[in-house]
Design a protein around this ligand. Structure first.
Ligand code: ATP
Ligand code: MG
Length: 326
């Protein structure tokens, strides 16, 4: 049986702002299995980052978080900031788009990895330094012992992201959350970083949450996908099933908007994601959905099993078969 490493239930996150209350996350449910790569997709503002910043305990005190987040059997909601510091970097780590902001410009790379190791493990300076070099090697940095003595500005963007991954996995966490880890990198470097993430998953058995806008990246790297819209999950399932026969009109729209070789025209989803201060009632996607009825305005659809996907759409079983227009 596959074990669940992260179980999120009914997660809500709201922000009080001068313009009103932003309902950023509105009842997210999701599981991450041990050792898998879960891709999380959705347009800008759908609540991807906020859901996982909440998981990491990294939201500002202005955020109100409720629901349940169980990591490796332990409830995280309600933990003190100090308790969360002990979980972060040890049981789970998170990496972001901009590796420079995660690195300290005045400390050598090796030292930064050693500090992460020593903050959670009893290691001598020498043991930590040796392990730091091994980690640099694991993430594909050539001449790791030499590179460990250098500073962040001596590395390229892609090499810096490798270093950030080395720091994130230093204590062999069970979960690595990667929030758009390749967005700031050029395409060839992107592919290399994805390979590193895949290697970490395969060699260390780390479960990975990969947040991205890019369904092509998900197809290459993920085992399962979670599609988010307006602060909720709208569809979940295995990558192959979800790409082959998506049930949710939003997932269908995302798949139709992927650039494909040989096809000049993409079909973007009409309209824009809603303002999260006053999102539409019922199914939030209804305002952009060609299949929406009055019922979609009144009822919030729950995730339900259709074929082999979990889909939150009242009309999922009435929709025509999915085709990508020529
Ligand atoms: N600190 C904050 N204060 C107020 N609103 C916020 C804050 N952080 C995020 N939001 C709002 O919460 C919603 C979800 O944001 P989130 O960053 O999770 O989106 P996302 O899916 O990660 O988008 P992107 O793909 O652009 O990164 C958005 O409406 C955003 O404007
Ligand atoms: Mg984000």
């Amino acid at each position: 049986m596959t074990e669940i490493i992260l179980k999120i239930r009914n997660l809500h996150v709201t922000f009080d702002t001068p313009f009103g209350q932003v309902l950023a996350v509105r009842g997210v449910d999701l599981d991450v299995m041990k050792g898998e790569v879960l891709g999380v997709v959705g347009e800008s503002g759908s609540g991807k980052s906020v859901s996982f910043l909440a998981t990491m305990g990294l939201l500002s005190s202005r955020a109100r978080v409720s629901g349940s987040i169980v990591l490796d059997g332990e409830e995280l909601i309600g933990k003190t900031p100090q308790q969360m510091r002990s979980v972060r970097g040890r049981v789970m780590s998170m990496i972001f788009q901009d590796p420079l902001s995660a690195l300290n410009p005045v400390h050598r790379i090796g030292k930064q990895i050693s500090e992460m190791l020593q903050s959670h493990q009893e290691l001598t300076k020498k043991q930590a330094a040796t392990r730091a070099t091994e980690l640099l090697d694991l993430v594909g940095i050539p001449q790791p012992a030499e590179r460990a003595t250098q500073f962040p500005h001596e590395f390229s963007g892609g090499m810096r992201q490798r270093v950030v991954i080395a720091i994130a996995i230093a204590n062999n966490p069970k979960l690595l959350i990667a929030d758009e880890p390749t967005t700031a990198l050029d395409v060839t470097v992107q592919a290399q970083i994805l390979e590193v993430i895949k290697r970490v998953q395969q060699q260390l058995g780390t479960a990975v949450v990969l947040i991205t806008h890019d369904l092509g990246i998900i197809a290459r790297v993920a085992d399962r996908v979670d599609v988010m819209y307006a602060g909720r999950n709208v569809e979940q399932g295995l990558v192959d099933d979800l790409y082959d026969h998506p049930s949710h009109p939003y997932t269908r729209g995302l798949l139709r908007s992927i650039p494909r070789p040989g096809k000049e025209r993409l079909t973007p989803i009409a309209g824009f994601p809603p303002n999260m201060i006053s999102p539409p009632s019922g199914c939030a996607f209804r305002t952009r959905c060609e299949y929406a009825t009055e019922q979609c305005e009144a009822t919030i659809p729950e995730l339900k099993l259709f074929t082999d996907l979990q889909t939150a759409c009242l009309r999922a079983n009435e929709l025509p078969d999915f085709r990508i227009a020529q």
